[in-house]
Each structure stands twice: as C-alpha cells, then as structure tokens.
Design a protein around this ligand. Structure first.
Ligand code: ADP
Ligand code: MG
Length: 700
C-alpha cells in the first residue's frame, strides 16, 4: 500500500541532505511515517503557568513566570561553586540552582527581566528550588507554543549538529500540519474505534505531537498504545490458532499405575494447595486434545520439580516418553538425583544425557530412547541434538527457560511426529503483563505458595567497611554446623581491574577463615572440575562455597544458611533474588547479606531496599520491570526477544495490554482462519507490520 506516509523524509521542509542522513543514522527515521512514529517521551504542560504559592513537591515539571531578584554564590569545595538565583512571581520566592556554569548563568540571565522557567520543584532547606531549570525570555514565547510541549530523545551526535528536541518538535509540527489536509488510511476498524472510544489515526498523530492540552495528548497516546499492543496480541494469537489447527495435541486420558504408585507410596509430603491446583491445570491441558503450552512460574524452592515429575509420570501412564531439559550439567545432574530419589524402587527407567555422556553409555541411551525403553530423559541441550530420536515423546519440560533460546525450544517440536506437550518452568517470575506480551498464548500457571515450614530469609544490607563483624557471624554459623555461600560478581580478566576478583578474594577468604574448608567455582572452570568442587560443598566436605553467579540457578544444599553477595550493587534485582533463593531451603533461619560500598545511586539503593523488604519474587519482578524497563529483564534478553515497542510501556500499561488481548481474542475466535471481510483492515495491516517488524509469533 502506497501512502503519503511512505514519502522520503527529505521532502519535508526543514530537512536537507545532512539532516536526512543524521536522522536516518541516529534514529532510523527515513520516511514521514518514521517521523510520525517517533513519539515524545514526555510533555511539559505549558498551557498553564503556576503561582509559587500553588507549588507542592509532588508536582512534575511546572512553569512559573517571574523575575530574578538577586544572585548568591556558595563554595562547595576547592574548585566548585553553587550559584543560586532568587526568583519571584509576586506570590513567593523560589531558588533556581546551578552546580556549574557560573559564568554562563551571569551572561544569560539578567535581573528585572520577565522569564518563564520550567523545572521540577523540590524542597531544599525549607524552600522550593529548581535545579538547572530551563529558562526562556517571556516576551519571546509565542502563544502557539503555550500548549503541551513535547520532548523527544536525541543523541549526543544530534545535539552537536544542533538537532535538539526542539528541532524535532518543529519538524513533527510541520509534518502534522502538512498532513492535516489529507485523511490518513485508518489502521483500526471502525467498530473497535467506536466501542473503545478511541480517536482516529489522524487525531492520534496530531494529538501525540501537537496536543493543545493534556486531555488531547492522553487520548492520542491511548489510541496509539492500544494499537501497538493490539497488533502484537493479534499476531501471537493468530499464530497460535494456526498451530492449533495444524496439529492436534496428544491426549493423556488416564492417570495410571505409575502416577498412583508414586502418589501413594513415594510422595514424602502433602502437596501444597498451589501444587495441587497447578497439577489440575496441567492434567486438564494434557487431556484437552490441544497441545499444551504452559509456563509454570514459581519462586525458587516452591516445588516445581515435583510438579514436573508428576506430569511426566502421567505421560508414562499413557504410553509416552518425557524429557526434561536443564540449562547446565550441574542442574541436569541434580534433577536426575532428585528424580531418582523420588522414584526409588519404582520401575521407571530414567537416564541422563549431557555433553559428557559419551561412548558406550551414550549409545545405550540413544537405543533406549529410540525403542521406548528409556521413559524419562533428563539432560542439557544435548537432548535436542539431531541424533537423539525418541520413540514417542509426549511431554517436554524445560527448566529455567530463560537460558534457552527460542530456536532451541522449537527444535523439541521436531522430536515427535506431533508436537509434544510443553511445560516451561521458570523461577524468574515474569509479571503477568510481560508474560502476556511475550508469550501471548502461552498459558500461565503460578505456584504462589512455598512448602510449609520455610522461614522467610532475613536479608540485610552491609557496607564493605563492616565486613569484620560479618565474618564473625559467618564463623558462628559455620560453628553451628551451617554452610555459607560467598558470591563475587566477576572474575579476573573479564572486567575492570578495580574489582575485587574471585581469585584474590578466595585467597583473602582463606586467610580470614583459616580453620574452614573452602570450595571455589566460576564460569571459566572445566565442567568436570566445577562439578567436583560443587560436589564437595553439596556433600558438606567444605563449609564455604566461593563462587561467581554460576550457582545462580537451581543448586540445592539445604544445609547452607547464609548467602553473602559481595559488590551487590553490581547485580540486577532478579539475579539477587535468584542468588538468595539458594538459601532458606532447610529448617534453619537463613540469611542473605548484601555487601556494597558507600557510593550507591538512587536506583541501587532502591534495589537493595526492595531485597531487604520482601522475599516475594513477583513483587521483586514488578519492581525490576519498573526500575529497568522490560528490555533489560533477564529472561527476555536472553531469549532474544527484542522489545520494539514505540509507545506502549509494559510496566505501566497493564490495563491496555489486557484490553488489547481481549479484543484480539474476540476477533481470532470469530475468524480463526483470518479470512472475513469485516476484518480485512486487520489482516492487511498485520501483513504490513510483519514485513517490517520482528516476528512476535515465533516466540511461543
Ligand atoms: P523449585 O524447583 O521450584 O525451585 P524444588 O522443586 O527444587 O523447587 O523444591 C524445593 C524443595 O522443596 C525440594 O527439596 C522439594 O523436595 C521440596 N518440596 C517440594 N514440594 C514440597 C511440599 N509440598 N512439601 C514439602 N516440601 C516440598
Ligand atoms: Mg528448580
């Protein structure tokens, strides 16, 4: 479809060859559409001028009109000065503050001149202050500029060439005005616009770049956010519906001897209510005739492995094989031990396949898989290699999925004539809104309850000049029979030299704890060596495990009761939470100590505080999403899902996501083959989007 929006940006007044090049290079803006879809990241309400006596310190950016009464200077150090301008509008006085650029301030701002200032008011020493405010000569501001002023992100390079937020604002305004005489092709059907009271595409582009007031801006943004999220959902659901029509799911209709024997004789404890509920959900899926695609979320230690095992036993009862894929050899080995222990004396053949299983043993396992005698296969990604052929794979469990790429997961599908049921387990709790956006049609089960008797982990913050008393507490714990993890963020060579690295740290710790035995593991060790060191700790031969984040996932040593994380400011929230999950697995009170230096910025301080406040992984994940934004979330980055949203915000637009999903679902249910004329706008637009965007559908 050719439209005016495909015009080269060069044709826009104000854009010459030089600007065209830099817009393209720095922001990927090549056409009118690209510019229109380059949305402001914030607005300043310039439609209103506040009076000083109306200010409160929870206000966002506000604008005042008044004069500078006098200047003051304060020495802050040998070579730094703070300069303060006392500014009044006749209703009070505020301070404008600069921490550098004294000369520039004097040159540019005069007494007795009417200025409009913008900034965020904060309170300092009992008075409102604006640090580094934007200031403009009141007489030079035109009335048309006194609406909502949009702000656009620009790069350093652009600023150097004079392409500021202001210049982009002028360009978008030129474009919006140019387009006001044409009607753009609508990209959402009328019935949706009317039902949800959304503004038209013309109004939306106009209102997002050139809003007269806050209300117009909000309507425009709502429409654009909805549209963006709606097409993401529509694409995912359409793909899922396709898959459903192409394949039928295996039906596991009965629960038989294997499961029942296990449940009656081997299960050493009651299932938690959450485990029971999740088992119901999984059983219903596996008996529905559709292929199961379920994400099982549960905090570390919530008992996901057991749920996986019971699901696998149901597969066996129905004449199928099952496999379970873990991200590392240590974890695969641990799963094998756990599962063998659970199944003791039962006649189920379980095997382990990892990169180190070679030769005769490997051949034997491959044969057993091909003829169906191996019923459960535990392993690493070695499982998805081509030579591995199953007789009848009915269920694949993927543990800690964020370590597996999408492509690796897809390979599991080819292990069976019909795709097996898929159960993805993750201890990185993905907030619901995010799960919905990434996975769309992946159903979500949540274990939101820990097995009884667990004591919440006591988490504390400790500065690095207080470690002496920390080491004493560690000695006390070890003398009481406990074990301790000490985690270093990085090892030598991999980053800057100012870091305490693992090797040096290990030597120091040996001196600090002369009577204790220490193990050491890090990512650069050979697997066998790593395994040996781990085993020493698992068996209790060593009391302290000094490690990098290789222990992050899944290691289970119930006797370990202290997790010390050094340079904790270097870790993300979800990583801290994962690490903490290594303790608190036994009956004893456990501790997690976050050691940092004194130089903490706001965000780091928030992370540390959240960790000290709560053990709830979901709260932590939500906080993480808010602090860092979705692109940075561990799981999403590693699974290669790029977040390409231009205007919607997964952390904040949960309700719009839900709305978009509901609408998309109605349409797919009504027209699963995507052929009805009523929806032709949608199917066409989807095709266009798919040409230009990542394939969201490839994800589940
Ligand atoms: P996850 O994989 O979710 O981190 P695990 O499956 O490793 O958690 O379970 C952690 C520990 O809790 C294991 O030792 C497991 O045997 C135990 N466990 C699991 N379910 C229960 C339960 N219902 N009651 C008591 N202990 C349980
Ligand atoms: Mg686990």
């Amino acid at each position: 479809m050719n439209s005016i929006l495909d015009q080269d940006i060069m044709f826009l007044p104000g854009v010459g060859p030089k600007r065209k090049e830099i817009l393209s290079k720095e922001l990927g803006i090549n056409t009118y559409r690209d510019l229109l879809e380059y949305y402001p990241y914030k607005y300043v309400d310039r439609s209103r001028i506040y009076k000083i006596d109306e200010l409160s310190n929870d206000m966002p950016f506000v604008q005042l009109k008044g004069k500078i009464l006098s200047f003051d200077e304060f020495e802050m150090g040998p070579r730094s000065k703070r300069i303060v301008a006392h500014f009044s509008d006749g209703h009070g006085v505020v301070d404008l503050v600069w921490f550098h650029g004294t000369k520039w301030v004097y040159e540019n701002y005069k007494l007795n001149t009417e200025y409009i200032i913008f900034g965020k008011p904060t309170v300092y020493a009992g008075r409102y202050q604006f640090s580094h405010p934007e200031i403009e000569d009141a007489s030079k501001l035109t009335l048309s500029e006194m609406g909502m002023q949009p702000y656009y992100i620009t790069t350093e390079k652009m600023k150097k060439m004079g392409l500021t937020s202001r210049s982009i604002e002028k360009l978008t305004k030129t474009l919006v005005e140019k387009l006001s005489s044409t009607t753009l092709q609508e990209t959402l059907p009328d019935f949706i616009l009317r039902r949800l009271h959304l503004v038209s595409i013309d109004q939306a582009f106009h209102g997002v770049h050139y809003p007269k007031n806050a209300n117009e801006m909000r309507h425009a943004r709502l429409r654009l956010k909805f549209e963006e999220l709606f097409y993401v959902q529509l694409n995912i659901l359409r793909y899922a519906s396709d898959q459903r029509h192409r394949y039928r799911g295996y039906i596991f209709e009965h629960v038989g001897d294997t499961f029942n024997t296990f449940y009656k004789n081997n299960l050493p404890f009651e299932l938690t209510n959450a485990q029971k509920r999740v088992m119901h959900e999984i059983r219903a899926d596996m008996n529905s005739g559709k292929q199961m695609n379920r994400l099982l979320q549960g905090d570390v230690g919530s008992g996901k492995t057991l749920v996986a095992l019971m699901s696998m036993l149901i597969a066996i009862d129905n004449g199928f094989q099952a496999c379970m894929m873990a991200p590392t050899e240590i974890l695969a080995e641990q799963h094998l031990q756990t599962i063998k222990k659970f199944l003791h004396e039962m006649d189920v053949r379980v095997e382990l396949l990892t990169g180190i299983v070679k030769g005769k043993k490997r051949k034997e396992i491959l044969e057993g898989l091909a003829d169906g005698r191996v019923q459960i296969l535990i392993g690493t990604h070695a499982i998805i290699e081509e030579q591995v052929v199953f007789h009848r794979l009915g269920l694949a469990v993927i543990d800690e999925q964020h370590r597996f790429g999408v492509a690796q997961r897809a390979k599991l599908w080819t292990k069976s004539s019909n795709p097996p049921h898929i159960l993805v387990m993750t201890a990185t709790p993905i907030p619901r809104t995010l799960a919905m956006t990434i996975y769309g049609d992946l159903d979500v089960s949540i274990i939101d309850e820990l097995p009884p008797g667990r004591k919440p982990i006591d988490t504390r913050h400790c500065y690095d000049n207080q470690v002496t008393s920390l080491y004493q507490s560690i000695r006390n714990q070890i003398n009481a029979g406990r074990q301790v993890y000490i985690v270093f963020p990085l090892i030598k060579e991999s980053e800057k030299s100012d870091l305490k690295n693992l090797e040096e740290g290990y030597e120091t710790l040996k001196e600090v704890f002369p009577n204790m035995r220490l193990s050491k593991v890090h990512g650069k060790m050979k697997p066998a060596e790593k395994e040996e060191e781990m085993q020493k700790f698992v068996k209790g031969e060593t009391q302290i495990l000094v490690a990098t984040t290789v222990i992050e996932v899944g290691v289970n040593v119930p006797n370990a009761s202290v997790m010390v994380i050094l340079d904790a400011q270097r870790f993300g929230l979800s990583q801290l939470h994962q690490l903490r999950g290594r303790v608190g697995r036994g009956a004893d009170q456990s501790y997690c100590i976050l050691v940092t230096n004194h130089k903490l910025n706001d965000e780091t301080r928030k992370r540390i505080n959240i960790m000290c406040e709560t053990n709830d992984g979901f709260r932590i994940a939500e906080a993480d999403l808010k602090l860092r934004g979705p692109g940075a979330l561990d799981g999403t980055q590693q699974s290669g899902i790029a977040f390409d949203l231009k205007i919607a915000d997964i952390a904040r637009d949960g309700q719009i996501i839900q709305l978009a999903r509901d609408e998309a679902k109605k349409i797919i249910d009504d027209d699963p083959k995507c052929i009805k004329d009523t929806y032709s706008i949608l199917w066409n637009r989807l095709k266009e989007l798919r040409k230009s965007n990542i394939d969201w559908a490839a994800i589940s």
